[in-house]
Design a protein. Structure first.
Length: 263
């Protein structure tokens, strides 16, 4: 029978020690695949192949925003396992999927300038509750995957929350955009300046690319773009692991809202 949730000892811990213990237990007592439940380790060959071969597609919100896969089925369960249950071993393959979305969003010639992957930040309370920052972890994994392909890329958490935001549950797309407007800022602002016309874009010549695990209405990506553009760092593109399925597919109650303050 397919296991839809991790056993108690696999639930997301609180802090680095809990996650180290989770990793040790996963090595000693391998769980079923987090994507499909098959008894073939935390990521079975079929789900790994799904992450590695699904063609990235344009996502909502920005002209150059691409997602590696739809947010449904195994992809949805893998993202939730990584984010909410501390399945940190999934960061590598999810990061590789994110790297494919980055390349797709940038189009031909992604090696023209070094890439700076800027994760959309999670709320500090969410990071404390989970014991890790899943989006930053995926950004670093994606940067590593791009470097292995010969591209100059790194991840840097430039963005932070400037103010609390209201619970987005039940809000329309327009209301979510309004709720998040002005919520993000760049850190530390004093260390960034507008590049001159002869300089390459981004800090130290890097080309910023926004990254996130999931896009739904696009409110978070739009606000992150505004914050970066305000300090002279307009992103060249945006990329996510997954994009929400069309609105006529109802979201299951146990699915976290990506624009909720916990994120």
């Amino acid at each position: 029978m397919q296991r839809t949730s991790a056993p108690p000892h696999r639930q997301s811990g609180r802090g680095p020690f809990a996650h180290a213990l989770t990793g040790l237990l996963d090595a000693l007592l391998p769980a079923p695949c987090a994507g499909c439940g098959a008894d073939l380790g935390h990521l079975c060959p079929g789900c790994r192949r799904l992450l590695a071969t699904t063609p990235p597609t344009p996502a909502a919100a920005l002209p150059r925003a691409h997602a590696a896969a739809p947010y449904e089925g195994p992809v949805r369960r893998l993202l939730l396992a990584h984010k909410e249950r501390g399945a940190l071993g999934l960061a590598g393959p999810l990061g590789e999927a994110l790297a494919r979305a980055v390349r797709s969003a940038l189009g031909p010639g992604p090696g023209r300038a070094p890439l700076l992957l800027v994760p959309v930040p999670s709320a500090r309370a969410a990071v404390r509750a989970r014991g890790h920052d899943p989006t930053l972890r995926l950004a670093r994994a994606a940067a590593g995957a791009l470097r292995r392909e010969g591209l100059d890329a790194r991840a840097l958490p430039l963005l932070r929350h400037a103010r609390p935001v209201a619970d987005q549950a039940g809000l329309s797309a327009a209301e979510r955009h309004h709720n998040l407007r002005g919520a993000l800022t760049v850190r530390p602002p004093g260390r960034l300046r507008r590049p001159s016309p002869t300089e390459r874009p981004g800090p130290a010549g890097y080309r910023p690319v926004l990254v996130d695990d999931l896009v739904t209405t696009g409110a978070s990506l739009v606000e992150a773009t505004r914050a970066l553009s305000a300090v002279g760092l307009p992103p060249a593109a945006a990329a996510t692991v997954a994009a929400a399925v069309p609105h006529h597919h109802r979201r299951r109650p146990d699915t976290p809202d990506p624009d909720h303050p916990r994120w």
